[in-house]
Design a protein around this ligand. Sequence first.
Ligand SMILES: Cc1cc2nc3c(=O)[nH]c(=O)nc-3n(C[C@H](O)[C@H](O)[C@H](O)COP(=O)(O)O)c2cc1C
Length: 61
Amino acid sequence: MKGILLYSSKYGTSERYAKMFSEQTGLPLADAVKADAAQLAAADCVIMFCGIYAGTLFQPQ
Ligand SMILES: Cc1cc2nc3c(=O)[nH]c(=O)nc-3n(C[C@H](O)[C@H](O)[C@H](O)COP(=O)(O)O)c2cc1C
């Protein structure tokens, strides 16, 4: 299985957990906004770490 970890983080908590998970699993890690489209297309499993604000996933402006 080819997986990838993405994170979107306002204050850094999701990024910190995503980095720890990446280190423990060996899965590649990318900022959700900067992720490479080809890398995403090649993955058959995407795991997202994201802060939630007022019921909405955090999206950087
Ligand atoms: C103003 C504010 C609103 C939040 N709203 C939600 C929410 O609606 N649901 C939830 O589960 N967590 C909510 N949280 C908790 C954050 O999602 C949580 O602290 C998360 O770990 C932050 O991730 P980040 O540091 O990567 O941005 C809220 C936190 C703040 C400060």
